[in-house]
Design a protein. Structure first.
Length: 346
C-alpha cells in the first residue's frame, strides 16, 4: 500500500503497516494529532478556557486541599482510613501536577520554550499521567473497599499488599508508553509536504521538533493486548464493575441500618456516584478509540478536567459524611494526638 492511503484501498478491513484507521499515513496522522504535537498548533478558545482557566483553578484548589489533608491528618496510629487517605491524597496531588504540567505551559509560556523545550517533556508526561491515574484510581478502590468491609464485618483490614499491587500496576501501565513515542527534527518543507493534502493549519519554523509514534505503538499485537485490553482493564474496571456493585450494596446496607436505627455511612455511595459520573468523559474517549473513531478535541479536554475534579474534591465528601474526619481536620483541633473513641461509621 502506498504512503498516502485512501478509504478505497482498504480491502476487507485490512490496512498496510504504514496506515492508520483515518486513511492517512502514520506520519500524517502524527503530525496532525493536536494532543501528540500540541506545540505545533495555535491555542484554541476551547483549549484556553478548559485547559487554561478551569483546569488551573481546579488544580490549584485541589493542590491546597490535598496538601491540607496530608499534613493535617493525625500521624498517630489510628484507623486504616487515615493511612490510605493520606496516600490517596498524595497520588491525587501528583496527578494534578502532571495534568497541569502537560497542559498549562502550552497556553501561558513563551512560544520559544514551547517549541524548543516543551516537546521533550511531552515524551514522558503522558506516560506518567497514565500511571498516576491508575495509581489514584486503585488507591481510591482500596479506600472504598476497606471502608465497606469495615461497615459490613465490623473489623479493620491491613491494606499493605493491595497498596504494593497498585504501585506495581501503575509502573506496568506507565513504562511501556515511554517507548511508544520518539522525537525527531523535521524541516518546514518536509512537514508541509506531508500536510499539503490535509486541511490543517499548524505553526512552523525552519526546524521543528516533532513527536512521532514508534513501530512498537503500531504493532497489532501490542495494540490489542496492551493499548486496548490492558489499559481498559486498569483504567475502567473500577468504573464499570467494582464501584457500581459496591455503591448499590452499600446503599442497601445504609437502608437496612436506618431501619434498625443503627449508625449509617453515606460516604461510600456518595463517593462512588461522584467518581462514576466524572469518569464518564474518560470512558467515552476510550470507547471512541475502541470503535476506531477520533474523539472530539473538546471531549478529550473535558476528560482531563474531570480527572482533576475527581482528584481535587473528594475532601468535600469526607467532611460531609464522616464526623471523625471532620473532627480531625477541624481548625480548632490543634492537637495531633488521637483520642480513642468508638467510630460511628459501623
Amino acid at each position: 500500500m502506498e504512503d498516502n492511503c485512501t478509504g478505497v484501498t482498504l480491502v476487507e478491513g485490512e490496512m498496510g503497516d504504514n496506515c492508520t484507521v483515518l486513511s492517512l499515513s502514520n506520519l500524517q496522522a502524527d503530525l496532525q494529532d493536536v494532543f501528540l504535537n500540541p506545540h505545533l498548533f495555535d491555542v484554541t478558545e476551547g483549549q484556553y478556557w478548559v485547559d487554561g482557566i478551569l483546569l488551573l483553578v481546579v488544580a490549584c484548589l485541589g493542590g491546597l486541599l490535598n496538601t491540607f489533608i496530608i499534613f493535617r491528618l493525625p500521624c498517630t496510629s489510628g484507623p486504616a482510613d487515615d493511612t490510605i487517605i493520606r496516600l490517596l491524597s498524595g497520588a491525587d496531588l501528583l496527578l494534578l501536577y502532571v495534568l497541569v504540567l502537560r497542559r498549562i505551559p502550552l497556553i501561558f509560556l513563551d512560544s520559544s520554550f514551547v517549541s524548543n523545550t516543551f516537546p521533550y517533556f511531552l515524551l514522558y508526561v503522558p506516560a506518567i499521567e497514565k500511571g498516576m491515574t491508575c495509581l489514584a484510581s486503585f488507591f481510591f478502590l482500596i479506600f472504598v473497599g476497606g471502608r465497606h468491609l469495615r461497615q459490613i464485618e465490623k473489623k479493620n483490614y491491613k491494606c499493605l499488599n493491595p497498596i504494593i499491587f497498585s504501585i506495581v500496576l501503575a509502573f506496568a501501565v506507565s513504562i511501556p508508553p515511554v517507548f511508544e513515542t520518539e522525537i525527531k527534527e523535521m524541516s518546514r518543507e518536509a512537514i508541509e509536504e506531508n500536510m499539503f493534502a490535509l486541511n490543517t493549519t499548524i505553526r512552523l519554523s525552519e526546524d521543528n521538533l516533532v513527536i512521532l509514534h514508534t513501530d512498537m505503538y503500531h504493532d497489532k499485537t501490542y495494540k490489542d493486548l496492551f493499548r486496548m485490553l490492558f489499559n481498559f482493564l486498569t483504567s475502567q474496571v473500577g468504573l464499570i464493575w467494582i464501584l457500581p456493585v459496591m455503591c448499590l450494596h452499600s446503599s442497601s446496607v445504609h437502608t437496612l441500618n436506618r431501619k434498625r436505627k443503627a449508625p449509617t455511612d453515606l460516604l461510600i455511595p456518595s463517593l462512588s456516584v461522584f467518581f462514576i459520573l466524572f469518569s464518564l468523559p474518560q470512558l467515552a474517549v476510550f470507547m471512541n478509540h475502541i470503535l476506531l473513531y477520533q474523539p472530539p478535541d473538546l471531549l478529550v479536554r473535558i476528560s482531563g478536567l474531570s480527572l482533576a475534579v475527581i482528584a481535587s474534591f473528594k475532601i468535600v465528601f469526607y467532611l460531609i459524611c464522616d464526623t471523625n474526619f471532620r473532627r480531625d481536620l477541624s481548625i480548632t483541633n490543634c492537637s495531633r494526638s488521637r483520642i480513642a473513641v468508638p467510630r460511628n461509621d459501623y
